[in-house]
Design a protein around this ligand. Structure first.
Ligand SMILES: [Zn+2]
Length: 347
């Protein structure tokens, strides 16, 4: 019966068609899973995102490239959810895949969060992370060696930090602290002074230390002269503040007042005004005048406190304290060592 065979053959396109539709439905479902998974993660519903991506991975016929992407997604779910050991496990599996680059970048992020600086250093070297960041890892290690009273270990890491990045200001600051702890003020001062050639904007961070080390050694006047020179060359509110306080203590309100008056002419800032008023209050000739001046000073002081913050250049996170790594976005050296008032004045 040849007719029947021909009729049977006519069914093929239909079967192919159905197969194609089934495959399309399958692809659509996979796409839907990916879309929902990342939506859940963005909304902070990590449990549901994890389940979505695990479901995908359990599919028997998921193509290899899709599987790799599903793993990357799953790793990110765990990372965002703070389940670091699971995230590490997932990204470690991907180290030889087409997504190895992404996986390693996430692994580095995990080591940073775990504060596992030794592994961070090893991986950063391997993948060629920015030398400034590598130097920061060494500084982290040096810092913990110092808190555990292991000066030799700290020294080794600080040397490594400067080797990675000879302009690493943090290493110079810590080196100075280490020398000062060890009783060598002279060497401490040398380390801190080096910051001028590394990046003078950061001198403000060393100013208080520099003054104290000079003063402890009986060279307060020399210390003040050094800072006044820095202030002249690299105007900064923090430097100004320290120079003002020390002038007030060492030379009295008359000198401090003159310093602020000159500074206000050169660089009119609220902080300058605040300190100028402070000197005025101290020098006030009558209790009535003092009360008036105090009223004005308190008003200005409130604003200064609000303004005097550091701000991350990457994410805008503001903090009273200076950070080498932003608590908001995790970026390294994203805080310029200047207060926000200076920002608003700097064109
Ligand atoms: Zn930030």
């Amino acid at each position: 019966m040849p007719e029947f065979e021909y009729w049977w053959l006519l069914g093929f396109p239909l079967f192919f068609g159905l197969g194609w539709i089934a495959a399309r439905i399958d692809i659509r479902q996979v796409e839907l899973h990916f879309a929902l998974g990342s939506l859940f993660r963005r909304r902070g519903e990590y449990d549901r995102a994890i389940r979505m991506h695990q479901n995908l991975l359990e599919r028997a016929h998921l193509p290899e490239d899709q599987k790799v992407i599903a793993l990357v997604e799953l790793g990110q779910d765990y990372l965002k959810a703070g389940i670091l050991d699971r995230a590490e496990e997932v990204f470690s599996k991907l180290e030889k895949s087409s997504q190895a680059g992404t996986a390693r970048a996430h692994l580095l992020e995990i080591y940073e969060q775990e504060k596992d600086w030794a592994r961070a250093i090893a991986l950063a070297r391997e993948i060629g992370t920015d030398a400034r960041v590598q130097a920061q890892y060494h500084c982290e290690l040096a810092g913990s060696e110092m808190t555990s009273s292991r000066p030799d270990g700290a020294r080794r890491h600080l040397d490594a930090a400067l080797e990675a990045n000879r302009k690493c200001v943090r290493a110079s600051l810590l080196f100075g602290d280490l020398e000062r702890l060890g009783g060598s003020r002279e060497r401490a001062i040398e380390h801190w002074k080096r910051i001028e050639s590394q990046n003078p904007a950061y001198l403000a961070l060393a100013a208080q230390r520099l003054y104290e080390a000079h003063s402890e050694g009986g060279h307060a006047e020399e210390g003040l002269r050094l800072l006044a020179g820095y202030l002249e060359r690299y105007p900064s509110l923090d430097l100004l503040d320290i120079v003002f306080q020390q002038t007030l203590e060492a030379k009295g309100h008359e000198e401090a007042y003159k310093l602020m008056r000159d500074e206000l002419r050169r660089n009119p800032t609220l902080l300058g005004l605040d300190r100028w008023l402070e000197a005025q209050v101290i020098a006030a000739s009558s209790p009535d005048k003092r009360r008036d001046l105090e009223l004005v000073r308190n008003l200005v002081h409130g604003h200064v406190r609000r303004l005097a913050r550091y701000r991350c250049e990457t994410c805008g996170f503001k903090a009273r304290q200076f950070y080498w790594r932003c608590p908001g976005c995790g970026g390294w050296e994203t805080y310029p060592p200047r207060r926000t008032e200076e920002f608003e004045l700097t064109p």
